[in-house]
Design a protein around this ligand. Sequence first.
Ligand code: G
Ligand code: G
Ligand code: MN
Ligand code: NA
Length: 257
Amino acid sequence: LWLEIELQKVLQNNGLEVWYQPKVNARDFAIDGAEALVRWKHPIEGYISPAQFIPVAENSGLIEQLGLVVMREVFTTVRRWKQQGILSGRVAINLSPQQFGNPNLIDFVKKLLKSTGVNATDITFELTESAVMSDGEHTIQMLNAIKKLGFALSIDDFGTGYSSLSYLARFPLDELKIDRAFINDIDTVPKQVTLIENIINLGKALNMSIVAEGVETRQQATLLSNLNCDYIQGFHFYRPLPKNELEAILVKNNRSK
Ligand code: G
Ligand code: G
Ligand code: MN
Ligand code: NA
């Protein structure tokens, strides 16, 4: 309950930050998009992990407000970076099952598209397998409505959640993010490489682009690049960065192009 009250306060004071973890293109390892990750610096406790407070937000209903704050911040920033010509690729926003299940979501994003002026085609929404699997008819309608506005859809943490693959064929998904649990031991477990190679081929056969997350070594990056993975994300390249730090990197890279 303490956490819930504090979260309510920080939302009221507009005190949450959004950080950005760059993704790189697997061909040249240049920055090509990013994932937005919410951050909360508590005045006494220091940084509190979203793994801790997102569930609290979900269970208390605060996730709606939190989601709005994150979306507004990301839409505004992406619009500016695109106008400056410094960002290539899309920026991804995580949506939890509660956000995705909220019937108001489409109205929210429509209004935000208008008020911020961002192109929906510059934004991806990341959903988990469990969010997508929770409710068949509603899910299809929501996914189609989001797609119709121009956003891209990504399946986050692929391979860790639901045990059926049937949704891959039924739903309009653009991107598959291989969970970092699969990446951890690709250097040491040969069958793991076979598994990833076939996940990549499966996703590509379904016209999805493939992101590998949790890449922490150069060997892993090279291997994934050789397997024709499209994008790579992980501490080997970049950690999540405060907006200003990423912006400085984008400006610098743009100048040296
Ligand atoms: O990278 P990090 O430790 O910050 O993320 C922990 C978890 O919190 C991840 O599962 C991530 O998807 C989730 N998360 C981070 N930011 C957001 C957000 O803005 N909205 C939602 N719903 N989840 C988020
Ligand atoms: O569930 P989701 O994939 O949205 O989670 C994103 C989380 O993954 C963030 O908390 C981010 O900090 C974390 N993350 C990003 N790259 C790496 C990495 O290379 N290694 C590890 N262990 N975590 C990572
Ligand atoms: Mn994610
Ligand atoms: Na993930």
